[in-house]
Design a protein around this ligand. Structure first.
Ligand code: FAD
Length: 286
């Protein structure tokens, strides 16, 4: 089912994000991970895609096929474009169509000095526009409640986001954040800018201290004092940080649902225990 249809049928759509494991032993465990994730009944599971390199795209599509065929859950394939040309995107889209994969999260991808960029797609909106001519896909796009790190201004960012929706994105999935107020303000700005598609918040339960440092450096999410205190207090005690990080994420999710958001997208980091805890905590809410 297309995500746009799903959003028409359900008030709050629940989804998980996973990544194709790089190490062989992790790949062997992926079935166990998927089994648990799918038992939790998500509306869809999205699979990330590397910034470049052909081996990576194979794994993304293979995992998406497995999610669909073995576990009967709707998959969403992430697709980046900065390091691909039109011919390569044609080949990906043909493969997705042949596999019956209807939903694509269309992204520019992060710049990586080790992977040469191509000239055909400078922004995600170029990819969205192109994919729309290639098949009957439902296209999602990324959005950033605290602004994309490369953006000079919120106004420019909103203009570019509107460009993605005008190009054909039917919904937006957000970057992770730890302060829900950024998300609420962002959705309001979207509506003022005439962006009327569903905007789904992305939540990452933080369960280890190195993960938080990496995430904040990568995406620039700000840390509210309450959350910073939790990290600082429990960072040397693995079990305590797990409990505290999960509890913080769960309170974020409950607050979002209480505010009637369009859905919740959980960055699971391939850790089914994290997804299970959140789902148990909202069983009677969602
Ligand atoms: P864009 O929409 O192109 O925006 C990038 C920057 O360019 C922004 O500053 C924007 O304001 C600006 N911009 C956009 N359009 C224009 C324009 N027309 N003119 C001038 N400036 C413009 N990365 C991966 O490599 N693989 C993944 O699987 C992946 N999954 C993700 C999932 C989610 C939910 C999110 C939020 C991000 C994901 N990313 C992934 C990261 C993403 O690729 C990076 O954040 C990337 O730097 C930007 O991608 P984008 O699609 O938002 O780019």
């Amino acid at each position: 089912m297309k995500l746009s249809e799903m959003h028409k049928q359900k008030k709050s759509v629940l989804s998980f994000e996973i990544f194709p494991p790089k190490k062989d032993h992790e790949l062997k465990n992926i079935d166990k991970t998927l089994e648990i994730l799918c038992e939790l009944n998500p509306d869809f599971i999205s699979v990330t895609f590397g910034a470049g390199g052909s081996a990576n795209h194979n794994q993304t599509i293979e995992l998406a096929k497995k999610i669909k065929e073995t576990y009967h859950v709707e998959p969403v394939v992430h697709l980046t474009c900065l390091c691909y040309d039109r011919g390569q995107i044609d080949a990906f889209s043909k493969e997705l169509e042949a596999e019956g994969i209807q939903n694509i999260l269309a992204l520019r991808g992060d710049r990586n000095p080790d992977i040469p960029e191509k000239d055909d797609f400078a922004h995600a909106s170029d990819l969205i526009q192109y994919l729309k001519t290639k098949g009957d896909f439902c296209i999602a796009a990324a959005c950033y409640p605290e602004c994309h790190p490369e953006s000079d201004s919120r106004v420019d960012e909103m203009r570019h986001l509107k460009g993605k929706v005008d190009a054909g994105a039917s919904l937006l999935l957000s970057q992770l954040f730890f302060d829900n107020n950024y998300f609420y303000r962002f959705v309001e700005d979207c509506r003022i800018a005439g962006i009327d598609v569903p905007v789904t918040p992305g939540i990452m339960p933080v369960i280890n201290a190195s993960q938080i440092k990496r995430m904040v450096t990568l995406c620039g999410a700000s840390l509210p004092p309450r959350f910073e205190k939790i990290i600082h207090r429990f960072e040397t005690n693995k079990e305590a940080l797990f409990d505290a990080g999960m509890s913080y994420a769960l309170s974020q999710v409950i607050d979002l649902l209480a505010n009637d958001v369009d859905g919740v997208h959980l960055y699971t980091m391939n850790n089914p225990a994290v997804a299970r805890k959140i789902c148990e905590g909202i069983r009677n809410i969602i």
